[in-house]
Design a protein around this ligand. Structure first.
Ligand SMILES: [Zn+2]
Length: 195
C-alpha cells in the first residue's frame, strides 16, 4: 500500500518504531512505499543497487525483515518469482489480489476490502482467540485468481522499472494516494466485477 509520509518525516517514523535512521533504511523504505507493485527483495535491490552505498542484497533482506518485525512493512509470502516473498510498506490492514499467472499482487481497493472484513463476525474471532489461546492482531486475506486485464508476461519481468520511472516524490506527493488508488482500482476492476 502506498504511503505518503514525506521523506523528512521518515526519521520520526523510524524513531517511533524504535529504529535508527540510516541511509540504507531510508532509501529502502522510500522505494518500498513508492511502489504499488509489492516488490520482492531482489527487485528492490536491483532498483537501488549502485545508487545507495553499502546496499547489498543481504542488507535489503535484513532491513525488510526489521521493517516487518517493527510493523513498518508486511511480508506477503511466496508470491514472487521462484516463490520469493513480496513486501508492502505500511501497517494499514488491506486485502490483496494475487494473479496466479503473473504472480503479481495488487491492493484490493478499500471499499471492497472493508466490505469483506465487515462480514467476518467479531464474535467468531473472539471465540477463536478464546478457544485456541491465540490473540488475533490482524486478518490478511488474498483473493487468488487470474487478472483478466493482464497480458500475462512472465513472473520474472516484474516492475522495478515501475518504481524507477515514477516521478520525483515532490511532484507526486499530492496526487500519489489518488494515483495509487486508481492503479489498484484498474487492477482490481475487470468486467466480471460490478462497478
Ligand atoms: Zn498491499
Amino acid at each position: 500500500m502506498n504511503h505518503t509520509a514525506p521523506i523528512k518525516k521518515l526519521g520520526d517514523l523510524f524513531a517511533k518504531h524504535g529504529l535508527r535512521c540510516t541511509r540504507q533504511r531510508t532509501a529502502l523504505y522510500e522505494a518500498l512505499s513508492k511502489s504499488s507493485a509489492h516488490p520482492t527483495a531482489d527487485e528492490l535491490f536491483r532498483s537501488l543497487s549502485g545508487k545507495v552505498p553499502a546496499m547489498s542484497l543481504a542488507t535489503v533482506y535484513n532491513t525488510l525483515e526489521v521493517f516487518c518485525e517493527v510493523g513498518l512493512a508486511q511480508k506477503l509470502p511466496g508470491a514472487g518469482a521462484n516463490g520469493s516473498a513480496r513486501y508492502d510498506a505500511g501497517d494499514e490492514p488491506h486485502l490483496h489480489l494475487r494473479c496466479q499467472k503473473t504472480g503479481k499482487i495488487a491492493d484490493l481497493p478499500e471499499p471492497f476490502g472493508k466490505q469483506i472484513l465487515e462480514v467476518i463476525p467479531e464474535n467468531l474471532i473472539k471465540q477463536i482467540e478464546k478457544q485456541l489461546g491465540f490473540k488475533v492482531n490482524q486478518i490478511q486475506i488474498e483473493l487468488i485468481g487470474e487478472d483478466l486485464n493482464a497480458e500475462h508476461e512472465a513472473v520474472t519481468t516484474v516492475t522495478p522499472a515501475n518504481t524507477k520511472t515514477r516521478k520525483p516524490k515532490h511532484e507526486t506527493d499530492c496526487n500519489k494516494q489518488e494515483e495509487a488508488y486508481q492503479k489498484s482500482l484498474d487492477a482490481a476492476l475487470h468486467p466480471r466485477m460490478p462497478k
